[in-house]
Design a protein around this ligand. Structure first.
Ligand SMILES: [Zn+2]
Length: 293
């Protein structure tokens, strides 16, 4: 038997884990840690049901029960803007300081409302997504405190990392462009039981470790001829998804005559357990790591 020490366990299933790093967090400044995604889902499922009923009742009240626009959520661009580029963010904060956020984004002919928890200024757990053309429906979610929308649309998952750099706006929009094209490609190479894009921010705790102690780093050119560095590291995540790789993709933003590691910036990061994703980013010149089959 080991000596007694500080104990860390999953709030949902109470499984004891070896340290705080083995827990996933979806709320800021909170001790609510979970051992795996399915525990996060079961813990918050009553809250999800509550907001589902709220939407249903509001729709009945406003005569909007037949409004059905959920197909727009199949568009990567709509999802991306709704999650990471909201026009307004409202916080429903209770007296313990716990907040649930409503992120509102206006699209061409409709609004999206993402009800979510937030970690590091970004949605970490999606409670409900409402699509509507009705301003009255919208108003029912514009409650609580209106937040300053300081969320970065550049790269939600790397916001904290990039905030420390003084990047020019042209570099930022270049990184944004790179991220968007990757978000367009990724759904085609992911496997069916791969991590959902909605949950990517939960895994961003891996960014630092992946950049600082990668298992492998590859240097390759993408289809635009830009130099991409793919940082890859293996992680373990509870029973459900087993081992997976965490990827941090970086691009060299300097002009041809002025290249160096200081000009390499991350633009996208995500977890994946797909073999095809691994094959896609395990290409080019191996910079760090050992060759293996
Ligand atoms: Zn658990």
């Amino acid at each position: 038997m080991e000596k007694l020490g500080p104990l860390y366990f999953c709030l949902e299933c109470k499984k004891i884990v070896k340290n705080a790093n083995s827990l996933l967090f979806v709320e800021e400044q909170s001790a609510k840690g979970f051992c795996k995604e399915s525990c996060i889902e079961s813990f918050y499922s009553p809250i999800v049901k509550y907001f589902d009923s709220f939407e249903k009742e509001k729709r009945e009240e406003l005569g909007l029960s037949t409004e059905s626009l959920d197909h727009v959520l199949d568009e990567v661009d709509v999802i991306n803007k709704s999650l990471y580029g909201p026009d307004e963010v409202w916080a429903l904060r209770n007296s313990f300081g716990e907040s649930i956020y409503c992120q509102i984004r206006k699209h061409n002919s409709f609004y999206t409302i993402v009800v979510c928890l937030s970690y590091h200024f970004r949605p970490s757990f999606i409670i409900n997504t409402v699509v509507t053309k009705s301003k009255k429906m919208l108003a029912s979610y514009q409650r609580g405190d209106k937040q300053e929308t300081n969320l970065s649309t550049v790269n939600p998952h790397l916001y904290g990392y990039l905030k420390t750099k003084n990047l020019t706006s042209s570099t930022l929009s270049f990184l944004e462009k790179k991220k968007n094209s990757m978000l367009g490609i990724l759904p085609h190479i992911k496997c069916n039981n791969d991590f959902s894009i909605d949950n990517y921010s939960v895994y961003e705790v891996n960014i630092k470790e992946t950049l600082e102690a990668p298992d492998e780093v590859y240097k390759l050119s993408d289809s635009d001829g830009d130099i991409i560095y793919s940082y890859i590291k293996a992680f373990f995540n509870g029973e459900k998804k087993g081992n997976y790789f965490y990827y941090v993709l970086c691009v060299d933003t300097a002009p041809e005559d002025n290249k160096g590691m200081e000009t390499v910036h991350p633009f996208m990061s995500f977890p994946s357990n797909s073999k095809d994703v691994y094959k896609t980013f395990k290409r080019g010149e191996l910079i760090v790591g050992t060759f293996r089959n």
